[in-house]
Structures are given as C-alpha cells and as structure tokens.
Write a protein that binds this ligand. Structure first.
Ligand SMILES: Nc1ncnc2c1ncn2[C@@H]1O[C@H](COP(=O)(O)OP(=O)(O)OP(=O)(O)O)[C@@H](O)[C@H]1O
Ligand SMILES: [Mg+2]
Length: 407
C-alpha cells in the first residue's frame, strides 16, 4: 500500500438493490475500484428505511461480497440519502467586511456562510450539505471565491440540503447494526452527478435526473453551483407494476418484459409485432402485441416526465439549461426514453454513465451504479475534512470542510 493512498467504501441504499463499492484512492483522479457487492434490497421504500432488519441483511450481504473481492475489511462507509423527507432550499447570508484593509479573509467566508446557514430549519430537520452557489462583494456578483477581494459588504448564496433527523437516524442505525460506522451522508442526486458530470457542464447549466426503482432524484447546476434539488417518489417499479396489472402477468415477468421488449413511444412500434406474456396462476402464456406493452409504458413514462418537467419549471432554471437534462439510474435504460423526453421536456436529453475509475470499471459502467460511483468520486475529492463535517465536530472544522467542498 502506498503511503498516500487510502481505501474508501460507499454504500448505495437503493430501493431495489444495495451496492457496496470499495475503492483505493491514490489521487482524486486516480481511483481504482477493488471491491463490488450487490444485494437485493428488501427494507427500503422510496429512499426511506421501512424495515431495519432486512436493510441490515442487504448491507451485510453486499459488504461481505465486496470485502471478499478486495480482501479489505470495511469499517466506515459513506451512504446516500434520499426520499420525501429531504429538502433543498436556497439561502442568502450578508456580512460587513470589518477588518481594516477591507480584504475578504477565509474568516469572513466562514462568517458569511454561517449567516446563510442561519435560515429557519425545522427542529426535526438536520443539515446534510451547505453548497456554495456564488458570492457577491459590494455590487459585483458571480464570484466563486472572494478570498483577497476588497469591499465593505460580502454576500453568499448557498443551497442547503436537510433531511429528517428520524429518517437519518433509522438509516444510520441499520448501517451500525451491520457493524459499520457512517462517516458521511451524501444526497443521492449530488452523488450521482459526481459520477460523470464535468465542471464545464455545471457552468453551462444542467439537470441530473436519477430515475431509480422507487424515487427520482433531481439536481440542477447553474453557473457551476447547485441551484435546486428535489426528490419525486415514483420510479421504475411503478412502471413494472403497471405492466404487471395491464398485461396480467407476474411482477418478475413484467420486469423482464420491460427490459427485453419495452419501449416508451407506442406509435413507433410495428402493430404486427407480437410478444409472449407469461400468465398468472399457472395458465398458458398469452400472445399480445408489443405495441400494447409500449402503450402501458408510454403512459407511465409521460407521467414521470411531466413530474420532472414540473420540477424543472419550479426551479425557475428550465430556460437556461444549455447542458440539457442528463438521465441516469436504472430507469434511464428504458428504451425510447430519450426521444420521449425530448418531446415532453423540450430540452436536450441524454443518458449519463459512470466514468473515471480504474479496476473493475467495466462492471460498474451501468447507470444503476451512478450513485455508488459518485459517492466514491465525492469521497476521493473531499476526503477527511468532509468526513469531519458530517460527524458534527466544531463549527470551524465544519467550515473548513465546507470551504474544501465548495471553493
Ligand atoms: N434495461 C432496463 N430497462 C428498463 N428499466 C430498467 C432497466 N434496467 C433497470 N431498470 C429499472 O431500473 C430500476 C432500478 O434502478 P436503480 O438500480 O437505479 O434503482 P435503485 O437505486 O435501487 O432505487 P432508488 O434509487 O429509487 O432508491 C428498476 O425499476 C429496474 O426495473
Ligand atoms: Mg438509486
């Protein structure tokens, strides 16, 4: 083991699967994946732990598999956070630059961020992230790092992400009961965006939409910073349920049909194309048109996209997303999603695949691994300081972590 290298582990607590990823970090740009474990998730619904015992089992299963592959022993991990209880809000802080030269110091930056953090957060919500959008010195705005600038008034714009303390405790409890320590909690959409997003795309303006099994995690970057984040509690499993009901077929068969024969635009399917659909209750399989399957899928996919569109409009940033919408997560693999998204959203759409890793990179190149891969990139980039941030140390170390995370 090289002296400067460290081992980090990320656990993606998804609604359909738990992923454990162990990485050897030599440098933020030189990360080797050495362990991967995937287990079916049984205790998580729409981002929230609904059954601790089953969640513990999935975590243990995935971690043991990853440990076996890597010969590493996992102690502490990063986990992702999602669900209806997570809230993203923008806030502004203002301070006077009081030192005699009127030069912005790192102390001033900490104070102005602290001022922005001081928004009223409900007692049961806990801060997960304070993400910098920009600073303003006197009348000059759009400043990324004001250190060393001269002025009398310093303003900060931040995006604050909070989660319900009870939900966070339950999730952490499951990880603890699996014998692990949580050193960092990362917003799912923020993690997924780190799997492939470039600084250039963040500057351009882009929305990352991770369509999972139970939730859609959305994050919007404008001018290099996070301008909006939200979660929609619907996902690929609803599509599977619709197919199961519509074609009177078991859930497992519906899931398979969706992946093998599914398409999101019915009018593009040849009406004479037939598919075999397994029946329930041991009856003979039936033959239906593939168009019928596509019609069921299109209805639900349109609904999903309209909900996403609603969020884009609500953010107030839809008109300036020059980088368009980048879909990821398992739901981004639905055939025909991109042309349907182009039609419904009217902004350029594409699919984001995890990148930038060495080792068994080919095994984790699917968008279902974006959250786990993004957590590794995030951990490699922000390291120990960020870890301290989430561990509730003193305000100064929190701010140090914040500055490292943002500037
Ligand atoms: N090739 C495919 N075509 C269509 N859907 C797919 C395909 N592959 C995966 N999916 C769907 O993607 C979903 C799983 O995605 P993912 O693994 O990103 O979810 P998750 O992280 O477990 O859940 P969540 O993020 O909602 O908590 C399932 O609904 C699955 O059916
Ligand atoms: Mg997910």
């Amino acid at each position: 083991m090289r002296e400067d290298e460290r081992i980090i582990t990320a656990i993606d607590l998804g609604s359909s699967k738990t992923v454990a990823l162990i990485a050897r970090v030599l440098h933020p740009e030189e990360i080797e994946i050495i362990g991967l474990g995937v287990a079916a998730a049984r205790g998580i619904k729409a981002g929230a732990v609904t059954n601790i015992e089953q969640t513990v089992r999935s975590i243990k299963e995935s971690v043991e598999e990853a440990e076996l592959m890597s010969a590493a022993t996992v102690g502490s991990v990063s986990i992702n956070i999602s669900g209806k209880h997570v809230k993203g809000d923008n806030s502004t802080g203002v301070i006077a630059i009081t030192n005699k030269d009127r030069i912005v110091s790192s102390q001033d930056i900490m104070r102005v961020i602290d001022a922005a953090r001081a928004i009223r957060i409900p007692a049961d919500q806990e801060i997960l992230h304070v993400l910098s959008r920009e600073f303003k010195v006197d009348d000059q705005n759009g400043i990324k790092d004001p250190t060393g600038m001269v002025g009398v008034r310093l303003e900060s714009e931040v995006h604050i992400v909070t989660g319900s303390a009870t939900h966070l405790q339950n999730t952490e409890k499951a990880v603890n009961e699996a014998g692990l320590h949580v050193h960092d909690k990362i917003l799912s959409s923020l993690a997924s965006s780190h799997a492939f997003l470039t600084e250039g795309e963040k500057e351009l303006g882009v929305a990352i939409v991770d369509i999972g099994a139970g939730v859609i995690d959305l994050i919007i970057y404008v001018d290099g910073g996070v301008a909006y984040s939200s979660t929609i509690c619907i996902g690929g499993q609803h599509l599977t349920q619709d197919i199961s009901i519509g074609l009177k077929t078991p859930i497992e068969a519906a899931e398979m049909l969706k992946k093998k024969d599914g398409y999101a635009i019915a009018s593009e399917i040849d009406p004479s194309e037939m598919i075999e659909v397994p029946s329930v209750g041991g009856r003979e399989p039936r033959v239906v048109t593939r168009k019928e399957l596509a019609e069921i899928m299109e209805a639900r996919m349109r609904e999903l996209l309209e909900l996403i569109d609603h969020e884009l409009i609500k953010s107030g940033k839809k008109g300036i997303l020059a980088g368009g919408v980048i879909f990821t997560g398992g739901g981004s693999l639905v055939e025909g999603l991109i042309p349907l998204a182009d039609e419904v959203l009217q902004v350029g759409a594409s699919v984001g695949f995890p990148k930038g890793l060495l080792g068994i990179a080919d095994k984790i190149s699917s968008p279902v691994f974006s959250t786990a891969v993004g957590m590794i990139h995030y951990g490699a980039k922000y390291g120990q300081e960020k870890q301290k941030t989430s561990m509730g140390k003193g305000i100064l170390s929190k701010m140090k972590g914040w500055i490292q995370e943002n500037l």
